[in-house]
Ligand binder design. Sequence first.
Ligand code: NAD
Ligand code: WQD
Length: 336
Amino acid sequence: MNILITGGLGYIGSHVVLCLANKGYNIIIVDNLSNCDISVLENLNQLTNSKLAFEKLDLSVRDQVESFFKNYSNIDGVIHFAALKSVGESVRKPKKYYDNNLYSMLNIIEFMPKAIPFVFSSSCTVYGSVSNQPITESTPHGIAESPYGKTKQICEKIMDKEFHGIKDFKGLSLRYFNPLGAHSSGLIGENPKNTPENLLPYLTQVVSGKREVLTVYGDDYNTRDGTCIRDYIHIIDLAEAHLKAIEYLFKIQDKNFIDYINIGTGSGVSVLELIQTFEKSTGLKVNYKIGKRRPGDIEVAYAETKKAEQILRWKPKYSLSSALNSAWNWENKSLD
Ligand code: NAD
Ligand code: WQD
């Protein structure tokens, strides 16, 4: 089976490439290297003991996508990660996000072979702020916190037949909560090109001395310790969910199919609890201070995970401690 993995040299994509390659799938990676380094390909080749197919192209450019699918007419499934993902940058440069994320989605759906499995990287951000927790998949799209979030909502709409009008389309939208951690080899992991916005890469960079102090954004929320609550999922569990998703779609006989599934642990963890768990698991101190709330932050978000369990037969296996240790192992290796 030939699986196209777009954005396959990025953080999540690289772990999924490894997971599927280890299961015997033939992987074709497409990436424009806008938020990753080509060295990830060498590390993936080393980890898979193979030479993975790679094409550098910009999926938001229609001609490039058209000729890619002419050259690779034997694709059996697509997992689409390629997107810009910085919430802050999307507020400053919304058009850049709409252009990149929406055109990429439209081009792939237009030119990929019909009725093959298509898995989309969506996000819990599509829900906006939700009062009923855990969040179920039937919760409608809320107010997106950013243009980035809006692109995820629109991409989900683009997957709908009413929008694309393609007769045979089989898609699953996976709504990830907060991925973290890295592969145990320390050869692939999250490698933000700019100052990290997300909690864990910032935290590990503070511990490694690259940054001075972690600011906890607000301790006056209506939660057990006043800090925000999220659902942190180990990247290896998340990668496994993609394997289950593509295998599930292969079994679906109906050529017109679409569904939406949360990928999280089902447990909410506060920012202070995450810091304490990191300190306990690694034996290292995190230099942090309490700061002001970050505009746009949601108080609480964690997933209802029954649908993933029932439909994908997937459940997370790894603990938060293990994810935090793996993130630290990755950060530590990058210091060598
Ligand atoms: P990432 O930036 O590490 O990976 C995305 C990859 O896509 C990068 O390697 C980048 O170079 C590539 N890319 C971007 N635009 C492209 C284009 N036009 N053509 C070709 N390649 C392009 O991000 P990630 O954290 O691995 O996220 C992967 C996907 O998961 C994204 O769609 C993201 O929105 C989604 N997601 C991420 C998170 C998270 O917290 N990391 C949470 C929910 C959803
Ligand atoms: C987690 C918690 C912060 C940094 C983002 C996107 C969302 C989705 C997942 C892609 C929050 C707190 C953070 C820091 C802090 N991505 N924090 N100090 O905000 O849940 O979601 O990633 O789809 O769209 O918005 O993740 O890692 O930024 O924050 O206190 O320096 O950590 O306030 O409570 P978030 P995050």
